[in-house]
Design a protein. Structure first.
Length: 460
């Protein structure tokens, strides 16, 4: 009898252990699946530099088809519709909303979304091409919802109960903060992102939340809402200003996001590009590149790449001109974005992708440095010359040297100045794919606003 009892207890205990471990294994698998996002800086295409806010469904799908054809193989997997997809093209003070005060696509520009379908039909087409689908969102709640005092889904509260009308987005005044300490504040954000999950959205670019517009509590509320939605979405913040305050903010919220802009909008002029050198160096020095983020990692973001056939800030004409950066400046931009491990979001019109721009975007060594290098930081800042270094998994070193001056510069930087302990290394010019033989320093002539990117191996 004792043995039976003991035996019975042993069997019950064994079954209990198996069941308990079964659920632990399931939870581990679920956690692992959620952790697989933004493990390297995300890449993709965004509509803003080409279309600002006026892009239509057919224009978007045409671009996405070309993205799949030319860039998907190189890891550019996100196709993102930028801002105001819910705004009426003829009356830009009017936003389309549903009965719960949530913005919905303008059915005139996005006919597949009509009758409550939302972006799901378009997301399906993006996914069928092997890409992932993203949208731009704004802070808080829109004025149209407050005017109509719409119900917050799942509650007895209304828009005016949660809207902070005194706390508006400075550059888009018809959006205002939501009081997330109110019982319906989180519920509103949950309803937004549950809707986006039902549309099969994979990427969120959330604007007017960071830097001078910082609302840390709402960033955390959105991050929680994404988690509550049950769908994995890369969470990106925009815009930034490259200030020390922004470094402090990044340390507060980096675990809740995957990307955060550290500069203002980047367009195709040298002054915009020039400001990114200090911004990138600041965040690298603060140890913020590739830290733990939302279900993966987080990355300081230097903004989209305004290359190829683009529009202009504030334009409503769509793409109409070529990038005005010189070829040297464009290569410098790609080099900085790569060595600083910024996300790579191309902004040019994919329908008119030219060979030079395609070459810039798809150099496999440059992309490998962007994705897989470690210990990236600026090591040299003297006058008009800046230099970065990084390390590779195979023991190689990567060196990027930049001339930020308007005239050609003869540059000579010692290994010691580059923090290389070896006396000599075998060098390769990444962009020209030229083997340079054994070098003991970096001596090179750089054109105005030009740069070089070297791989160093077999160092002794």
């Amino acid at each position: 009898y004792q043995r039976r009892v003991r035996g019975g207890l042993s069997i019950q205990f064994f079954i209990w252990i198996m069941l308990r471990n079964f659920w632990l294994i399931i939870l581990f698998i679920l956690h692992a699946s959620y952790a697989q996002q933004a493990l390297t800086p995300p890449r993709g295409w965004n509509s803003y530099d080409s279309f600002t806010w006026i892009i239509s469904e057919q224009q978007f799908l045409d671009n996405v088809e070309n993205q799949a054809k030319y860039l998907k193989a190189f890891g550019y997997e996100y196709a993102v519709i930028d801002y105001l997809w819910y705004q009426d093209l003829k009356n830009n003070s009017f936003s389309y909303i549903d009965e719960y005060g949530r913005v919905i696509p303008d059915p005139n520009r996005w006919p597949s979304t009509a009758n409550g379908k939302g972006f799901k039909p378009i997301a399906d087409k993006v996914h069928a091409l092997g890409l992932k689908f993203g949208i731009h969102t704004m802070r808080g709640i829109v004025q149209d919802a407050v005017d109509q005092n719409t119900v917050v889904k799942g509650t007895n509260y209304r828009a005016r109960d949660i809207a902070i009308t005194s706390k508006r987005c400075p550059w888009k005044q018809n959006f205002m903060s939501v009081n997330v300490s109110h019982p319906a504040g989180q519920a509103f954000y949950d309803s937004l992102y549950t809707q986006y999950a039902s549309w099969d959205v994979d990427f969120i670019k959330n604007d007017c939340m960071f830097s001078v517009n910082y609302v840390g509590d709402e960033i955390l509320a959105v991050s929680k809402a994404i988690s509550n939605s049950g769908r994995t979405m890369v969470y990106s913040l925009s815009p930034g200003t490259a200030s020390q305050d922004e470094v402090t903010q990044a340390k507060e919220i980096e675990n809740a996001v995957n990307m955060y802009r550290i500069c203002g909008d980047d367009w195709d002029n040298w002054n915009d590009l020039l400001g990114h050198f200090d911004a990138a160096a600041m965040f690298a020095a603060a140890g913020l590149i590739g830290n733990t983020g939302k279900n993966g990692k987080s990355w300081p973001d230097l903004d989209m790449l305004p290359l190829g056939w683009i529009s202009s800030p504030g334009s409503v004409a769509g793409p109409f001109r070529n990038c005005s950066l010189t070829p040297y400046e464009q290569r410098t931009q790609m080099t900085l974005w790569a060595i600083a491990k910024s996300p790579l979001m191309f902004g040019g019109d994919m329908r008119k992708l030219d060979p030079f721009t395609l070459e810039l975007l798809t150099n496999e060594d440059v992309l490998d440095i962007n994705a897989n290098s470690i210990s990236n930081y600026e090591v040299y800042n003297q006058g008009n010359i800046r230099a970065w270094r990084a390390e590779g998994s195979g023991g190689q070193l990567f060196i990027a040297v930049f001339n930020i001056f308007t005239a050609e510069q003869s540059v000579s930087i010692t290994f010691e100045e580059l923090r290389i302990k070896n006396k000599q290394c075998v060098a390769k010019d990444v962009w020209s794919e030229t083997n340079l033989g054994t070098i003991t320093d970096v001596t090179v002539k750089l054109p105005p606003h030009g740069s070089v990117l070297y791989t160093l191996q077999n160092c002794e």
